[in-house]
Design a protein around this ligand. Sequence first.
Ligand SMILES: *[C@@H]1O[C@H](CO)[C@@H](O)[C@H](O)[C@H]1NC(C)=O
Ligand SMILES: *[C@@H]1O[C@H](CO)[C@@H](O)[C@H](O)[C@H]1NC(C)=O
Ligand SMILES: *[C@@H]1O[C@H](CO)[C@@H](O)[C@H](O)[C@H]1NC(C)=O
Ligand SMILES: *[C@@H]1O[C@H](CO)[C@@H](O)[C@H](O)[C@H]1NC(C)=O
Ligand SMILES: *[C@@H]1O[C@H](CO)[C@@H](O)[C@H](O)[C@H]1NC(C)=O
Ligand SMILES: CC(=O)N[C@H]1CO[C@H](CO)[C@@H](O)[C@@H]1O
Length: 403
Amino acid sequence: MKISVFATLVLSSFAAALPSLKRRGGSFVLQNGIDAINLNNQFQSLTTSSPCTSGNACINGEFAQCVNGQYVLTSCGPGLMCAALPLVNSAGTSITCTTQADVNSRIAATGAIAKRTSTKGSPSNVTTTSSSAPKATSPAGSGSSSNSSAQTSLTLLSSLVAPNFAQNGLNVNTSQAGEFPSLTSTNNFINFCATLSNLPITNGQQIKSGSCNPAPMGAIPSTSNMPSAKFVSPNNLAVLPANTTFQVTLAMKGIQTGFFVNPDTNYFSAPQQIDPTTGQIQGHAHIVIEALQSLTQTTPTDPTKFAHFVGLNSKADAKGQLHANITGGLPEGTYKMSTIVTAMNHQPVLVAVAQHGTLDDQIYFTVVASGQNGTTTTTTSIGGSPLPSTTSGASSVPKGSKS
Ligand SMILES: *[C@@H]1O[C@H](CO)[C@@H](O)[C@H](O)[C@H]1NC(C)=O
Ligand SMILES: *[C@@H]1O[C@H](CO)[C@@H](O)[C@H](O)[C@H]1NC(C)=O
Ligand SMILES: *[C@@H]1O[C@H](CO)[C@@H](O)[C@H](O)[C@H]1NC(C)=O
Ligand SMILES: *[C@@H]1O[C@H](CO)[C@@H](O)[C@H](O)[C@H]1NC(C)=O
Ligand SMILES: *[C@@H]1O[C@H](CO)[C@@H](O)[C@H](O)[C@H]1NC(C)=O
Ligand SMILES: CC(=O)N[C@H]1CO[C@H](CO)[C@@H](O)[C@@H]1O
């Protein structure tokens, strides 16, 4: 009958459009998926007595045409159901007879994920689109696609193409004088490192001569989940006794600490991840202590040199604090102590907005020969008496964890 001919035509035109699907990445793709989900949800509340003005819908899985203000139903036939599908080549949706599997895959291909529970308090059963919801395999924030084969495929999902990456940022309302044109890409820079043939891919290694890292940046937390750090001890401008073990206490918030991967094999090798329940970055912090010429030094320090480096890999305690012992202490001098807050794979944390308070802390302190001005020492030292000098005391020799 008329409807099944129509359905066949629609289906065959979709089939013809399939090969181009992977190459296309219009900004409408995801929206079409969302629109289709919403329409299918709305169809759940329609009955043959629902009023209509024009157009088609689906009622009880049957194709519904609006005729004189009322829906007229036509069966889709065995094995077929009526559903709204996302258009492939342009913005919009199409209402047609098709299979449940086809509905599922077309909506999933847009990156849209149907809600499992119906909205608006409707106690309805699992709806066609609900049952088409891809199984939730990825935690919130770790990507919008739950297509597991996509995680081994060498092809970029069209639903993940970021259309704004194709624009260089100039000639738009918000561009400012002097702005440099951005590098652009229509495929999310997936092969960017191929443009830098002089650089090896980072490949999880800490390559001192430089490299190109192909991993995407990953999940970005909301502004209510930006990490922040503050040294508790020593405090700023503290005076510590030389060559004496002291404890560093760092207070942190807005981050799930204790997440730490192998820095020798998995450096920068995965996107930033966030905890699905708290929405916070899963990561860890480090502290680095650098020798200064004086507290008023104005020349930048040399990042290849540091007096002490330590990774704070454990989970923060109940007070949100992390601790490290600087065993043997530091020789006399002035120092800058900084945090390096990172995601799990050691990349610096990334947050949602450009303008934000610092995610790290830095303090300055002085180390004096023990016995001198001991009363001005403002931090907790461990052991009390100066230790014999050790190799770990030389400020020019980097020590501590490599991570
Ligand atoms: C899942 O990903 C694979 C590989 O990218 C792709 O070929 C397939 O079309 C995707 N399926 C869906 C339903 O998105
Ligand atoms: C849910 O499904 C059951 C059995 O198919 C049916 O009896 C019931 O009316 C449905 N409820 C709603 C709200 O559609
Ligand atoms: C530029 O931005 C202003 C302020 O938001 C807005 O009123 C205007 O329409 C924009 N112009 C264009 C060309 O987008
Ligand atoms: C630091 O040393 C003190 C005293 O030996 C010890 O109780 C504490 O657990 C140590 N802290 C860390 C983080 O190793
Ligand atoms: C601390 O250690 C350094 C290097 O080992 C040494 O030169 C210095 O004299 C020591 N200072 C004190 C007060 O022990
Ligand atoms: C022993 C010693 O170095 N004492 C010093 C303590 O600090 C005061 C004020 O900075 C100095 O005047 C002392 O010489």
